[in-house]
Write a protein that binds this ligand. Sequence first.
Ligand SMILES: CC(C)(COP(=O)(O)OP(=O)(O)OC[C@H]1O[C@@H](n2cnc3c(N)ncnc32)[C@H](O)[C@@H]1OP(=O)(O)O)[C@@H](O)C(=O)NCCC(=O)NCCS
Length: 154
Amino acid sequence: MENMLGKKITYTNNISVDDYNALRKVVNWIKVTEKRAEIALNNSFYICVALCENKPVGMARIVSDGGYTYFITDVIVHPDYQGKHIGKELISKALDYIEKDVLAGETVMVSLMSAYEREGFYEQFGFHTRPFGNHGPGMSMWVSRDITGSVVTL
Ligand SMILES: CC(C)(COP(=O)(O)OP(=O)(O)OC[C@H]1O[C@@H](n2cnc3c(N)ncnc32)[C@H](O)[C@@H]1OP(=O)(O)O)[C@@H](O)C(=O)NCCC(=O)NCCS
């Protein structure tokens, strides 16, 4: 696949902590401490990274118990590269990886937390925007410890 500059996009399965936080920063997501980022990346079930001239320009990863639950997270395409089907390719590769893992007669749950107004991006792959049926809205919160040692949730 080629981007607007005619440069080829290739895909790999790993990313450094610095490149991971650089991608997060460019879409205004909070920085993950180096230690936690390293643990997160090392414990990922699957990582897919889009490269342009060896520079990471997009990523998606799956966290899973390897049995029933698969959670797609950290779906990021650098703003300079958005709208070029890189995000679509990243999600397709992640879903392919999960589907290959599911044997005849098995069912697994694949979930994610869509960023605001990105629901349409995920619906094209078959994801349902919650609430639907007996599924309520997804829920999440941040848990931080501030410099005074107090736990803060947001
Ligand atoms: C969301 C994001 C990953 C999409 O990646 P992208 O590479 O720009 O998207 P693509 O070019 O692969 O889009 C594929 C298709 O989805 C559509 N699409 C993209 N964003 C959409 C949205 N928010 N709603 C509906 N459709 C959308 C595109 O129009 C395109 O349609 P087409 O196949 O008919 O041309 C990217 O915009 C991004 O990183 N945003 C900032 C971080 C973020 O919000 N991540 C998601 C966290 S849940």
